[in-house]
Design a protein around this ligand. Structure first.
Ligand code: FE
Length: 286
């Protein structure tokens, strides 16, 4: 295997979104910080209800997918189509905004820890104007495997073979025609433990430790930082002295122009003007 080395490390910046939810943003904190097809990556994590209680009141999206992975906590999704989804600890919501969705994501708890991630995955031009749809995937439907030495791997999206075990996430390109063929895994390692994970060559990939820190190809990646990987067909990750938990996210780049205006991501400025006009006229998702 041709192990990937680190291309660059992106430190997350503290910011807030929605009605004042505090979070750490790595990709997406400014326009140059994207990793095709990934537009944005946010980590939210706090014990303090003041940091999350205001939630994300109704807002639109067009042209991409949003993936929310809840590690701890409970949020409710509601959208203009009448869908209501409960997102609980260990669960995932995979929403394809397509031509448009207007939704809210509101905390269903007023105390305790709220922790998780939101990832924005771009759609190719041909898929941007498809009807919106979404899937709620409860924790029990996410395959996981326990490996020797107390290591564990969960697969949210894509297919991966780890030490002879084949895992297929509930979201995968085999079932549909996902141009980006995303891989999304959550890995836990005890102190000093190592793991080798295959990553398709040519796909853009990053590793984000959210507990502890890790070492890849001799370089240390601190907690809450995104390590963008150079090309190769695998990544070898070793946990630091306190153990580690990280996500590995990879996808096929679209190599298309990206024009973004807040929650609208299209290919041309004219398409963005259309999205804004559609939203103002109440027909974003019509
Ligand atoms: Fe949203």
């Amino acid at each position: 295997m041709n192990a990937r080395i680190i291309d660059k490390i992106i430190l997350s910046v503290k910011t807030s979104d929605g009605a004042g939810v505090r979070l750490r943003r790595s990709f997406g904190s400014h326009a140059a910080l994207r990793l095709d097809p990934f537009l944005l990556f946010d980590e939210f994590g706090t014990e303090n209800p003041e940091d999350y209680i205001a939630g994300f009141p109704p807002h639109p999206h067009r042209g991409f997918e949003t993936v929310t992975y809840m590690i701890d906590g409970h949020m409710r999704h509601e959208d203009h189509l009448g869908n209501v989804g409960e997102l609980k600890s260990g669960g995932v919501q995979w929403m394809t905004a397509g031509r448009g969705i207007i939704h809210s994501e509101m905390p269903q708890q007023d105390r305790g820890r709220m922790r998780g991630f939101q990832l924005w995955i771009n759609l190719p031009a041909r898929d941007k104007m498809q009807p919106a749809h979404y899937r709620d995937i409860p924790a029990g439907e996410i395959p996981s495997v326990e490996l020797a030495g107390g290591r564990s791997v969960k697969v949210i999206a894509g297919r991966i073979a780890v030490e002879g075990r084949e895992l297929t996430g509930p979201i995968n390109a085999v079932a549909g025609s996902m141009a980006t063929d995303p891989l999304y895994v959550d890995v836990q390692l005890p102190a000093g433990a190592a793991i080798a994970l295959p990553v398709p060559a040519g796909h853009h990939a990053f590793v984000y430790p959210f507990e502890g820190e890790v070492v890849i190809a001799g370089e240390r990646i601190r907690q809450h930082s995104a390590a963008v990987l150079a090309d190769g067909d695998s990544v070898h990750v070793t946990a630091g002295a306190a153990g580690a938990r990280f996500v590995l996210i990879a996808g096929r780049p679209l190599n298309e122009p990206v024009v973004q205006y807040g929650p609208f991501v299209m290919n041309t400025p004219e398409e963005i003007e259309q999205a804004v006009a559609d939203f103002r006229a109440g027909r974003l998702a019509a």
